[in-house]
Design a protein around this ligand. Structure first.
Ligand code: ADP
Ligand code: MG
Length: 373
């Protein structure tokens, strides 16, 4: 991702950090566009999966299943919502942000679902001072994300939808099927908000939270479901981790060499712990924590910062191993035992063997950094 340095914000949104790419895609986009969209489905796919916009190279941002991305885009062009489901850290939020940035030019129309989410945080609320002094009026109305998306003809993102109470989720059924929002307090046309072309919903749900099965059948029918799976291709995940951690380090001005082999050891350990099986066919006890790609990026970033501030500016296996413990071991003693076992058996078996044998030996030796049980 081309990130223009914005020193005054910690994290620029997709349409800011990729503004140049989006402009290049818009000016070279000759494909047909669904009503209300800023880009054609082809250009949206290029933005997400990489390619060219005229002479400008567009880097890949979402790694993995390109067919899923295409289906997701097509769903959004139709009249059903899109629900991305999967384990935490599989880039569901990232994908929804990228799609909203490309299609609507705005990824900030978001509902962050939680047990405390209420209907007025989703649809609209009132400015109570004005409501009391003037009564219900358009001026007193405080549009919520759905109201804004409908009137603006934009995508609204609904993060972690299954964390919301079922009755709150169900308020969406009407909005999604009728594409209108009735505001009972306002009379006439003002009381009826009709969605403009371009409006649709991208929701995300984590499999580890309260299940998707608890969504009502009526709401499920309003969505096409897409399951986002963790990456299992070593090279792809290594590329992604190096790239994302590299961008994070660059944003801090930390010049760190992220050796490909060191990152490969990190990613391989993550893939083993995630799947419960090594590529040699040895069973591995899976920890209870999420060992996602997102966690791998964050371990790589921490180990990189460590190398920059305390080391000699090169990522080391020892640094990776030290930070790995903090990501995998949270509060379950059991996870520490599993991790220790991984260092003692899998890493040891690989030590001295193959192209990365030296690095696995260092990994095995780094078990001394694991907290005492
Ligand atoms: N398949 C992937 N493609 C690109 N980035 C990924 C992928 N899987 C994980 N990531 C990394 O994980 C980070 C966080 O993912 P996020 O969107 O928050 O996950 P989720 O919403 O599924 O929990 C992303 O910003 C990216 O750095
Ligand atoms: Mg998320």
């Amino acid at each position: 991702m081309t990130r223009s340095p914005s020193p005054d914000v910690l994290r620029a949104v997709a349409e800011q950090r990729c503004a140049d790419e989006l402009a290049a895609l818009r000016s070279s986009d000759a494909g047909p566009r669904p009503p209300g969209w800023l880009l054609s489905p082809r250009a949206v796919r290029t933005f997400v999966c990489g390619g060219k916009a005229g002479k400008v190279a567009i880097p890949r941002k979402f790694y993995g299943d390109d067919a899923l991305v295409e289906r997701a885009i097509v769903t959004l062009a139709g009249n059903r919502g899109l629900l991305l489901v999967g384990e935490p850290g599989t880039a569901k939020s990232l994908l929804s942000e990228l799609l909203a940035a490309a299609i609507s030019g705005d990824s900030t129309v978001v509902v962050q679902g939680s047990a405390a989410t209420t209907e007025d945080q989703i649809q609209y609320a009132w400015n109570y001072a004005l409501l009391l002094s003037e009564g219900p009026s358009e001026r007193a109305l405080v549009p919520g994300p759905f109201h804004r998306a409908m009137t603006g003809g934009k995508l609204v993102r609904f993060e972690e939808i299954t964390r919301c109470a079922p009755e709150v989720q169900d308020t969406l059924v009407g909005v999604l099927s009728e594409k209108l929002l009735a505001i009972a307090e306002l009379e006439g046309a003002a009381g009826l908000v009709q969605a403009r072309p371009g409006f649709n919903v991208i929701a995300t749900a984590n499999l580890r939270d309260r299940g998707v099965h608890e969504m009502s059948a009526a709401l499920k029918r309003r969505f096409n479901f897409e399951t986002v799976r963790p990456l299992d291709d070593l090279d792809q995940e290594v590329e992604l981790v190096r790239r994302e951690a590299g961008l994070g380090l660059a944003a801090q001005g930390a010049d760190v060499a992220l050796g490909e082999d060191v990152v490969a050891v990190l990613v391989e350990a993550f893939q083993d712990l995630r799947s419960g099986m090594t590529r040699e066919g040895t069973a591995v006890d899976r920890p209870s924590t999420v060992v996602s790609t997102a966690e791998a990026v964050s371990v790589c970033l921490s180990a990189g910062l460590d190398a920059y501030y305390y080391g000699d500016g090169a990522l080391t296996v020892d640094g990776v191993a030290r930070h790995l413990a903090g990501a995998v071991f949270k509060d379950q003693r059991d996870d520490l035992t599993k991790l220790r076992h991984y260092f003692q058996s899998v890493a040891r078996a690989r030590a001295g063997r193959g192209a990365r044998g030296k690095l696995w030996k260092q990994f095995h030796e780094a078990r001394r950094h694991l907290p005492a049980e």
